[in-house]
Design a protein around this ligand. Structure first.
Ligand code: NAP
Length: 376
């Protein structure tokens, strides 16, 4: 894998940027259409399902694994021998899935090593409780897959009980908090990986760190803006996390694009659009096809090497892997390191962590979070 190509970005040019330039915006939409039309051809070299090596030594957490891409990721990791923790907001639904998978698996060897833990990303208290419970086991964590996400298409703007716009909270803030709080376990599991299921939609996103909730009136809220901004924020935050983690820590951070995938993510689409969605199966990936980039990022031995090259080159963006399991060049805006640092700082403030949280955790110190049981 070689570094993706990039153009030069001048920090001073970016200082007063108020939104995407129309060329950037147009390019973003062209990428989206291109991905939709050609993803199947671009990924035609991949098998489905993606063959995985034996994973008996891995412990993996998969968020949002009761539906769509996350369900496929969890099942395939478990069937390859990994110990999988389904981190979900509906534990009963996850237990039922496990029962079904165990029944279908029986007679083919040992039972699947899979369990359920409750996690609601709309509550930062829930994230802290999850991480505290996990870290208390003192076990290693090898792979954290931040898969859960929402795209409430056409819905009015909503806020979590923590006061944050819901796309920003579920798709970026809560996974960021989870990743940082689980660092002690990821260090124990090193070499380990944080995989963020991102989206090509980050290409049309723009993050205003002064207005993460899109409430100032500077720009109009739409669910599309909420979703794409949250996905861009995740790439920018991940890029700084990737820089802050020293190579010796052995923790790699990767963002993946699953492609355009037929899942429940379309549940909020108007009925007429859902109908059209069903009519174009040729172009759209199945959830199993959409799980391949995350599974590749989580298990392929070339990935840590690729992350190491980007780190050594001081590349402004963390490793990004496309739906075809090849390196992906993130959007031009994602290369804006100055904004990425602002997103980093703002995110830590919003999730209630001190600005030196990562350094402290790497040194083995305890970090206090504004959220969680201690606040209650
Ligand atoms: N489908 C696509 O075309 C596409 C394209 C690019 C990126 N993605 C990304 O892929 C990821 C998976 O999405 P998907 O397409 O598989 O959609 P999906 O079928 O709707 O699955 C989303 C999962 O996230 C979980 N979730 C939602 N809100 C949550 C919360 N507050 N706390 C905990 N879990 C929560 C859902 O739980 P429940 O089962 O309880 O509802 C569900 O399991 C998302 O990050 C999405 O943005 C999807």
């Amino acid at each position: 894998m070689s570094s993706p190509s990039s153009s030069a970005y001048s920090p001073s040019e970016k200082q007063t940027k108020q939104g995407l330039g129309w060329m950037e915006w147009l390019r973003g939409w062209l990428y989206l259409v291109y991905e939709m039309l050609f993803q199947r051809i671009m990924a035609s070299h991949l098998q489905n399902p993606l063959p995985l090596p034996p994973l008996n030594d891995l412990t993996c957490i998969v968020t949002g694994s009761t539906s769509g891409i996350g369900l496929e990721i969890a099942r395939q990791l478990a069937e390859s021998g990994a110990h999988v923790v389904m981190a979900v907001r509906k534990p009963k639904a996850a237990q039922e899935l496990i029962q079904k998978w165990q029944n279908e698996w029986s007679g083919m060897g040992l039972p699947l090593n899979i369990e359920v833990m409750e996690l609601d990303l709309l509550s930062l208290d829930s994230v802290v409780r999850f991480a505290e419970a996990w870290n208390a086991c003192m076990g290693p964590l090898h792979v954290l897959i931040n898969n859960a996400g929402i795209f409430s298409i056409g819905e009015p703007q909503r806020f979590s009980k923590d006061g944050y716009e819901e796309h920003m909270q579920v798709n970026h803030l809560a996974p960021a908090l989870l990743s940082i709080l689980l660092l002690p376990s990821l260090i124990r599991g090193s070499p380990s990986r944080i995989i963020n299921v991102n989206s090509i939609m980050h290409y049309v996103g723009f993050v205003d760190t002064e207005d993460m909730n899109i409430v100032s009136g500077k720009r109009k809220y739409t669910s599309l803006a909420g979703y794409s901004n949250s996905k861009l924020a995740q790439i920018m935050f991940s890029s700084i996390l990737h820089k802050k983690l020293p190579a010796e820590a052995g923790i790699n951070v990767v963002c993946v694009s699953p492609g355009i995938v037929h899942t429940n993510v379309a549940r909020d689409l108007p009925k007429i659009v859902q109908g059209a969605y069903h009519l174009i199966p040729y172009f759209i990936f199945s959830a199993r096809e959409g799980s391949r980039s995350a599974l590749f990022a989580a298990t392929d031995p070339q990935v840590p090497e690729y992350c190491g090259v980007l780190k050594a080159d001081e590349w402004p963006v963390c490793a990004c892997i496309s739906h075809d399991c090849r390196p992906m060049n993130a959007s031009e805006e994602a290369h804006n390191l100055e904004t990425s640092y602002k997103v980093w700082e703002k995110t830590l403030e919003m999730i209630g962590l001190p600005s030196d949280a990562v350094d402290k955790l790497l040194e083995g110190d305890v970090v206090e979070c504004r959220y969680g049981a201690k606040r209650e």
